[in-house]
Design a protein around this ligand. Structure first.
Ligand SMILES: Cc1cc2nc3c(=O)[nH]c(=O)nc-3n(C[C@H](O)[C@H](O)[C@H](O)COP(=O)(O)OP(=O)(O)OC[C@H]3O[C@@H](n4cnc5c(N)ncnc54)[C@H](O)[C@@H]3O)c2cc1C
Length: 382
């Protein structure tokens, strides 16, 4: 069967693949998107925290105003359990209207899906990429339904979950699993998020509508047990774990768990093929970096394609320039996240004191506050 030819082929219509297609369209380049899920598939219930930098990208794509039910984060309260040291970051410290924005993954993917339709971008649903063969002028993609596609550039944005996922160049298993759900608390959140470090792993409360989205990390066995205990026992355990700054925990939605790890594959895949978003790097959610780095991958790749002569798109020189341009941001985010997880997830006394001093410094030194806030918002090049 003849291969169907596109200018650029994108594998995956998740948020990163969709943003890449929309940003390419703004550069005057038409992409063709393949998505493994059927068109009417329901997105899962995960919650995302977007940085202010991500908002700027969505504004430039003209989709920000369509995102309803977004909850801004005005302040973040950071503490560690059983030790001194508290730091508070506020949007004013970074000179932005909000430190971040919390919204359901399903809302974001629905709005992006509509934007793809409005922009006339072709998305083929129910077509899973199975194998990609790279060549000097074209990459050829073989899909599970038997169809074959070819393009001078194939962008893999499959979340690292596709059949073609490579062995990561660097991987770290933190033996941590996240228990996620929504919780109602006695006190209103007033747009404040909480990040609490404990020896078992970090826990976060993100303001979401009139509730909080909870991400509670624990060792895998403990997380599975925590997720299954009845509501009353769960709420009491959460109060003991988190403390009482937000008052009592009144109710919780059904709990889900997902394992956390660091997997860094990098953007370099093969000739004419590039990986972006979670397909290139999957991070622990502690610092809210992974998703936002993925959006910057998509944006920067599209900008570079726009700056590259049509015949050179997907060339080795272009892909090298892309990898070079992303290195500082991506490795900075990977290193920062890995540092936080490893330095804060233990009960070693000297480290506990150093952490306390670190949080104290963050609390009292405005330039440090501004540095950390801007780094979380705009990444390592912020
Ligand atoms: C279970 C889970 C919970 C998470 N929770 C949070 C959270 O609470 N907060 C947070 O900030 N981040 C969270 N993340 C991370 C966040 O969801 C990702 O950073 C973000 O979704 C990455 O976007 P992406 O487009 O790269 O990948 P994805 O969102 O995974 O999208 C990939 C897309 O590619 C499609 N696809 C996969 N394989 C193929 C194939 N072979 N062919 C064609 N299409 C394919 C998939 O169907 C999907 O639509 C979570 C991730 C997971 C897996």
């Amino acid at each position: 069967m003849d291969a169907r030819l596109s200018d650029i082929l994108i594998v995956g219509a998740g948020p990163v693949g969709a943003v890449c297609a929309l940003a390419l369209q703004q550069q005057g380049i038409r992409a063709h998107v393949l998505e493994a899920q059927p068109e009417d598939a329901r997105a899962d219930s995960r919650t995302l925290a977007l940085s202010h930098g991500a908002r700027l990208i969505f504004e430039r794509l003209g989709v920000w105003d369509a995102l309803e039910g977004v909850t801004p984060i005005s302040r973040i309260h950071i503490s560690q359990r059983g030790a001194l040291g508290v730091a508070r970051l506020a949007a004013e410290d970074a000179g932005v209207p909000a430190l971040g924005y919390v919204l359901p993954y399903a809302t974001l993917t629905a709005v992006l899906k509509r934007a793809l339709v409005d922009a006339g971008i072709a998305v083929e649903y129910g077509v899973a990429a199975e194998r990609i063969e790279s060549g000097s002028d074209m990459a050829t993609l073989h899909a599970a339904d038997g169809s074959t596609h070819a393009a001078p550039l194939v962008v893999v944005a499959d979340g690292g979950r596709g059949h073609a996922a490579p062995e990561p160049k660097f991987e770290r298993d933190y033996d941590q699993t996240a228990v996620v759900c929504e919780v109602q608390t006695e006190l209103p959140h007033a747009n404040q998020a909480y990040e609490r470090f404990t020896p078992e792993g970090p826990a976060a409360l993100l303001p979401k509508g009139d509730r909080y989205a909870l991400v509670w990390t624990a060792r895998q066995e403990d997380a599975e047990r925590i997720a299954q205990i009845p509501d009353d026992a769960f709420l009491a355990a959460l109060y003991r774990h988190f403390g009482g700054r937000q008052g009592l925990f009144l109710s919780a939605s059904p709990r889900k768990t997902f394992p956390l790890k660091l997997a860094y594959s990098g953007s370099e895949a093969a000739d004419r093929v590039v990986r972006i978003g979670n397909a290139a790097q999957t991070l622990h959610p502690v610092a809210g970096q992974g998703f936002n780095i993925g959006l910057r991958d998509a944006w920067e790749l599209a900008s570079l394609c726009g700056d590259t002569p049509a015949g050179e798109i997907g060339s080795a020189a272009m892909l090298r320039a892309y990898a070079r341009g992303r290195r500082v941001d991506v490795l900075g985010g990977v290193g920062f996240t890995d540092f936080l997880v490893r330095v804060f997830s233990n009960d070693i006394a000297p480290l506990r004191h150093v952490r306390g001093l670190g949080l104290l410094a963050l609390e009292v030194l405005p330039p440090l506050k501004s540095f950390v806030a801007r780094r979380m918002i705009f990444g390592a090049r912020g």
